[in-house]
Design a binder for this molecule. Structure first.
Ligand SMILES: C[S@@+](CC[C@H](N)C(=O)[O-])C[C@H]1O[C@@H](n2cnc3c(N)ncnc32)[C@H](O)[C@@H]1O
Length: 235
């Protein structure tokens, strides 16, 4: 579903490349770890240190690559993203073995390569989840994990699409889509993923300390995490 039927902000809407191309200059100062990193820190089913090859899909400026570097010290980490300006920042982190411009739904990477795939805060920009789960399954080794963290559909439906200030007092929305959590389950099950862990993050005191203007959203779910594992033949 296009987010616009829920949109209460009514900012001008820009496409992904244009939006993140501009936001890349200030993204690191505006994104909060409460959104995704605290959910990653709470996951229990992935044996991070044993991972050897990880792919960070929609890697942006490299926040997740740096998290992976700390938690999977023996893993080679590759990253893909569709916005060159975001990748340029990711390159400066030094966290990645390779970085490439690619759509998460068609990465061009070799099949059965990674024992861990990650994607954080990008699924709301995909019109359809099916191609994402299919492509990640293709590049993941049998038994490998796909960890996805996303902006919660409840929050989009509360009227807040992904947005940033392109200049002081000039907010714009980056085109977003609403995917229900059940849409993730359907898309993942269709291509052989099994859900092994799931969590949700609320607008709580930690959030309100950083964004007091969000008091009106207190208690709402703002992000989710899911850990998927490839079904192995015969299991
Ligand atoms: C909110 S940022 C998240 C970046 C990073 N994962 C993080 O957690 O900080 C969203 C990123 O998704 C990328 N993106 C959006 N749609 C994409 C697509 N179809 N294929 C590849 N990257 C995409 C954008 O370019 C942007 O860098």
């Amino acid at each position: 579903m296009d987010h616009s039927i829920y949109d209460r902000r009514r900012y001008p809407i820009v496409g992904v490349r244009e939006g993140y191309g501009e936001w890349s200059r200030t993204y690191e100062q505006t994104v909060h770890d409460e959104m995704d990193v605290r959910l990653l820190d709470r996951l229990r089913t992935v044996d991070w240190p044993s991972r050897r090859a990880a792919l960070d899909l929609a890697c942006g400026t490299g926040r997740i690559g740096m998290w992976l570097q700390r938690h999977c010290p023996d893993a080679a980490i590759d990253g893909v993203d569709i916005t060159p300006e975001m990748l340029a920042v990711a390159r400066s982190t030094g966290a990645y073995r390779t970085l490439g411009i690619a759509d998460v739904s068609e990465t061009g990477l070799p099949a059965a390569t990674y024992d861990l795939c990650m994607q954080s805060l990008a699924d709301e920009h995909l019109p359809d989840l099916g191609p994402l789960y299919r492509e990640v399954r293709r590049v993941t080794k049998p038994g490998g994990f796909f960890v996805i963290v996303g902006y919660h559909s409840h929050f989009l439906m509360a009227g807040v699409p992904t947005h940033f200030d392109r200049a002081p007092g000039e907010p714009v929305t980056i085109r977003s889509y609403v995917h229900l959590l059940s849409d993730h389950v359907k898309a993942a099950h269709a291509v052989g993923w099994s859900l092994v862990e799931m969590d949700e993050g609320l607008v709580d005191d930690a959030w309100l300390q950083k964004k007091p203007q969000w008091r009106v959203y207190a208690g709402l779910p703002v992000s989710f995490s899911m850990v998927w594992r490839q079904n192995q033949p015969g299991r």
